[in-house]
Design a protein around this ligand. Structure first.
Ligand code: GDP
Length: 214
């Protein structure tokens, strides 16, 4: 049983004021069509879990899935649609920007990029914008099955090279079709939750530390 396997749809949010209080959450983001919904469904071992986000009227919403143990998976609206009305784009930028910059329970971001076209303009913007929060970004180079083994190695190496110097940024190959890369995602996300748990334990001990002699 993996940490993603129990995920259940929880709620849909269209305004920051409606964000549910959570202890810890991880968020998935990426260009529209990058394979984000497929990746969520694959990791959660479900066929249509994330497709709630594709229901008309919900594409620009933030969708929450309850993973149990007070942990949540958040499906953020895709970016880079060719034709989006200006009002929708502005709403997206505000909702996403505020969410990513201020959401204190967000412990890490999973950024999905099509392995055949990684690091496009908006991906860089996302990496730079979220990077400023000092929280980790894990990049999934999706649809890896569409590349030969040699091409996979090449794109992985070149994206790693481009992101040299970006602390807290990790990269891997992923394929929903072939279900490859799931264990690696799991390991990274487990690490984020474990770090949070360790930090919470330290905080619980902290009051005593204050009473000890200087
Ligand atoms: P989203 O818009 O980022 O949520 O992207 P989707 O998950 O809906 O995927 C977009 C398209 O890419 C769909 O036609 C998927 O079937 C296809 N796709 C997604 N993941 C994979 C994959 O791992 N391999 C292949 N070959 N196609 C994929």
């Amino acid at each position: 049983m993996t940490i993603f396997q129990n995920a259940r749809f929880f709620t849909t949010v269209n305004h920051l004021r409606d964000l549910p209080p959570t202890r810890a959450e991880i968020a998935f983001v990426g260009r529209s069509n990058a394979g984000k919904s497929s990746a969520i469904n694959t990791l959660c071992n479900r066929t249509r879990l994330a497709f709630v986000s594709k229901t008309p009227g919900r594409t620009q919403h933030i969708n929450f899935f309850d993973m149990g143990q007070e942990r949540y998976l958040v499906d953020l609206p895709g970016y880079g649609y060719a034709e989006v009305p200006e009002a929708v784009r502005v709403h997206w930028v505000e909702l996403l920007g505020q969410y990513l910059a201020t959401r204190s329970s967000l412990i890490g971001l999973l950024l999905i990029m099509d392995s055949r076209r990684p690091l496009r303009d908006l991906d860089w913007k996302m990496i730079n914008f979220f990077g400023e929060t000092q929280r980790p970004v894990h990049i999934l180079l999706s649809k890896a099955d569409k590349l030969s083994r040699q091409e996979q190695n090449k794109v992985l190496a070149s994206v790693k090279k481009e992101l040299e110097g970006y602390e807290n940024t990790t990269i891997q190959l992923f394929s929903s079709s072939k279900k490859t890369g799931c264990a690696e995602v799991e390991q990274v996300v487990q690490g984020w939750f474990a770090a949070l748990d360790a930090a919470s334990d330290t905080q619980e001990i902290a009051p005593d530390a204050g009473t000890s002699p200087q």
